[in-house]
Design a protein around this ligand. Structure first.
Ligand SMILES: [Zn+2]
Length: 218
């Protein structure tokens, strides 16, 4: 599936959803304690599977005071010679938080895609909360659950990650209530069981945002 991720990022570039070095994707199989993430600063038009970073998820329990408290950490582990010279995407706090427990995807695969689609970002810039346009467009709401927007937060920050978790209603078991969330002045994050399924949430929302903006009625 790493090759499929390369395909969707090439497509995202062609659609102007990212500039060359933008965007990032992670993928985790339910029976593995690691996930793969796109490297930082690599051109997405030429992204190759052997450039991905392999990230191990470490889970620990602090049982002080007789109360078990879970904690998580991540570790960059060797994958290929090419990837060892690269760093993981700067948005790793976001991907790690969404991959450390798999929630509704715990018998499957979880893919997290972050890109900057033009009309989604334009709609948020125009003051539209993406979750509110769903009601008027059943072809969107049938297939894609859109979370309320995340406000202005710095890119590649823990704050961005935390705000996304809150709006997506991520719980302690990794269950996520929504399929996609918009980050104002920045982009979107979509989650599903395959790269193309996550991509389709973005495509659907982008199409409706284009329609809403073209109508001038918002
Ligand atoms: Zn971004």
């Amino acid at each position: 599936m790493l090759e499929t991720i390369c395909d969707i990022m090439t497509d995202a570039y062609k659609r102007n959803w990212i500039t060359s070095r933008d965007g990032n994707v992670s993928i985790r199989h339910h029976d593995r304690d690691h996930f793969y993430i796109t490297p930082s600063g690599v051109r997405k038009q030429t992204l190759q599977p052997d450039q991905f970073k392999k990230i191990k998820i470490n889970k620990w329990i602090n049982s002080g005071n007789g109360v078990g408290v879970f904690g998580y950490g991540w570790e960059d582990v060797p994958y290929t010679d090419i990837s060892s010279a690269l760093r993981p995407s700067g948005e790793i706090p976001l991907h790690f938080g969404l991959q450390k427990e798999m929630g509704q995807h715990s018998n499957d695969v979880r893919v997290v895609v972050h890109v900057h689609p033009t009309y989604c970002v334009a709609a948020m810039h125009a003051g539209i909360d993406l979750s509110t346009i769903v009601d008027s467009f059943p072809e969107l709401s049938r297939y894609t659950k859109v979370a309320p927007n995340v406000g202005d937060v710095p890119p590649i920050s823990q704050e961005l990650a935390d705000q996304c978790f809150e709006k997506l209603q991520l719980d302690n078991n990794g269950k996520i209530k929504f399929d996609i969330v918009g980050i104002k002045g920045h982009g979107v994050v979509a989650i599903d069981t395959s790269p193309w399924r996550a991509y389709e949430h973005i495509e659907r929302l982008e199409h409706i945002c284009k329609i809403v903006l073209a109508s001038g009625n918002y």
